[in-house]
Write a protein that binds this ligand. Structure first.
Ligand code: SAM
Length: 276
């Protein structure tokens, strides 16, 4: 019989956030699969645990994943941890869980620290409906496509970002959603210098042009507020057509794609693009 894969969250800053169940699961697993064994060793030392570890990081998920799956199929239990927070959420694990599901290997997720939930809860932004967007892509085209897809999003949006890319990301969010859009910058959560800056995208972008960001950030951006004012217009369609043409699409294809994406009339948009 297969062993179980346990998804074990670890502190995002405060070591006191290890629950009894998290500690027990780490203690009872046959081995621990870790994103960085040196980071996890510090946690195990804090908990007074000694355990065999296996690597599982984003650059070797295939080879190391195969080895973990073999051990699980041989009946061993595995606790998967990452450097901080919940495995499989913008962290290695998603693929391993899918592989376990396909092979009928039991997976058990232990609740615990997660930066996105902690940030959303403290943000002061509406929490009833939200969308987690993770990290924006580095690639310019993918990044722009991601932002374009969110232009009329009404739910609260949550982004992860590394400090050295924060200023550029705030500029891009500002261009997409406008300078007045409220944002909560949740920094160093659960740590000594935890800070929640509730401001606007314009003010945040200006501030971080002048001041180097320090620490880890989650950005919680308010969704579009008044849907009636934000229905895409034919002029918005024209802007998208121009961009798609710049990416090499023919006028006909650009109109078709823009009309579909924005829910506009293809004929009207085509006429406008032709200047009729
Ligand atoms: N799986 C983890 C989780 O869900 O908590 C997230 C891992 S992701 C690689 C790392 C990102 O999480 C950071 O770039 C930052 O955006 C966010 N993060 C992690 N710890 C944080 C903290 N203490 N305060 C604010 N953001 C944090």
């Amino acid at each position: 019989m297969s062993g179980t894969l346990y998804l074990v969250p670890t502190p995002i800053g405060n070591l006191e956030d290890v629950s009894q169940r998290i500690a027990d699961t780490l203690a009872q697993a046959d081995f621990i699969a870790a994103e960085d064994t040196r980071v996890t060793m510090k946690l195990l030392n804090h908990l007074g645990l000694k355990k065999p570890m296996a690597p599982y990081h984003r650059h070797s998920t295939e080879a190391s994943g195969r080895a973990i799956l073999n051990r699980l199929q041989d009946g061993e239990s595995c606790a998967l941890v990452t450097d901080a927070g919940t495995p499989a959420i913008s962290d290695p694990g998603e693929e391993l869980v899918a592989q376990c599901a396909a092979l009928g290997i039991p997976v058990c997720a232990i609740p615990g620290p997660c930066a996105l939930v902690t940030a959303l809860a403290v943000s002061g932004q509406p929490t009833g409906r939200f969308t987690f967007e993770g990290f924006l892509a580095m690639n310019k085209k993918n990044r722009q496509a991601h932002l374009d897809s969110l232009r009329w999003e009404q739910r609260t949006m949550i982004f992860y970002e590394a400090p050295h890319k924060l200023a550029a990301t705030l500029q891009d969010l500002c261009s997409t959603f406008g300078a007045d859009r409220p944002v909560s910058l949740c920094r160093e959560l659960t740590k000594l210098h935890e800070e929640v800056r509730r401001t606007t995208l314009g003010q945040a972008a200006a501030y971080y042009q002048e001041n180097a960001p320090r620490g880890e950030f989650v950005l919680v951006v308010r969704g579009a507020e008044k849907p009636e004012e934000l229905e895409p217009s034919l002029e918005d369609g024209l802007v998208l057509v121009d961009r798609l043409r710049g990416e090499g699409l023919s006028l006909r294809d650009a109109v078709r794609q823009a009309a579909k994406e924005l829910g506009l009339s293809r004929n009207q948009l085509y006429d406008l693009a032709l200047g009729k």
